[in-house]
Design a protein around this ligand. Structure first.
Ligand SMILES: [Cu+2]
Length: 231
């Protein structure tokens, strides 16, 4: 082999290596950021249980410190890491608007899906501090738009640390009409952030904010539980 051929060989090897590294990086980042072809969404402010656990621990989900520092996230990651990577996939299809018929009491946070069942567990989920008036933000990653959003907050007296959430525990505090695809604040990643003003007076301490997002591209209904602390 002459010197030119050897250089060419090294170059080809470098190109192949670069491609392999790029593919590996893409595979790794797919774990952290759901690909846009499969994009859906969830509440990011205050963050849903699964989004919150993914944000804090997604890069470090096998860290045993989580068991003591953030035990509800720990039990959720232990139950089904794959569900936690799919933080944006907590939805049902073809519910036909009958959310209460589709989701049994005690299973609202998982929308009745086995793989998200750990999200229904009562306990000391980490909370986001809020005032009685706050802005609720959903990340609509694929610009599905909405037929409507319904935002609920638990009644005063409900205790998320000991009770699983039922429909009777909720008060409807905000509802929107149709939101067109892309209407809202552009996200710095993909899709749109939809901000909804919420007012939930008369509450103190740990509560759950429950979202129903009826997407408009298809009969696809998203559900989420966000833990908040009214101060
Ligand atoms: Cu979707």
């Amino acid at each position: 082999m002459n010197a030119t051929a050897a250089t060419g060989m090294r170059r080809r090897t470098a190109v192949i290596l670069a491609a392999v590294i790029a593919a590996a990086a893409a595979a790794a980042s797919a774990l952290f950021f759901a690909p846009s072809s499969d994009a859906h969404g969830t509440a990011i402010g205050p963050p849903s249980r699964n989004y919150s656990c993914w944000e804090r621990w997604g890069h470090d989900f096998q860290n045993p410190d989580m068991a003591t520092e953030d035990p509800m996230c720990w039990q959720a990651w232990q139950a089904d890491p794959n569900a936690m990577w799919n933080w944006n996939g907590n939805y049902l299809e073809q519910v036909g608007g009958d959310h209460e018929g589709a989701i049994p009491d005690g299973q609202l946070c998982s929308s009745g899906q086995d793989r998200y069942a750990a999200l229904d567990a009562p306990g000391r989920w980490q909370t986001t501090p809020v005032d009685q008036d706050f802005t609720f933000t959903n990340h609509d990653q694929a610009d599905h738009g909405a037929d409507y959003y319904r935002i609920y907050v638990t009644e005063q007296g409900f205790d998320p640390t000991t009770q699983a959430l039922g429909w009777d525990d909720l008060e409807l505090v905000a509802e929107t009409g149709v939101i067109a695809p892309g209407e809202g604040e552009p996200s710095d990643t993909v899709g749109t952030l939809v901000n909804i003003d919420v007012s939930a007076p008369g509450r103190t301490g740990h509560h759950i904010v429950y979202m129903i997002w009826q997407a408009s591209h298809f009969d696809q209904s998203f559900y989420s539980c966000s833990d908040v602390y009214f101060q």
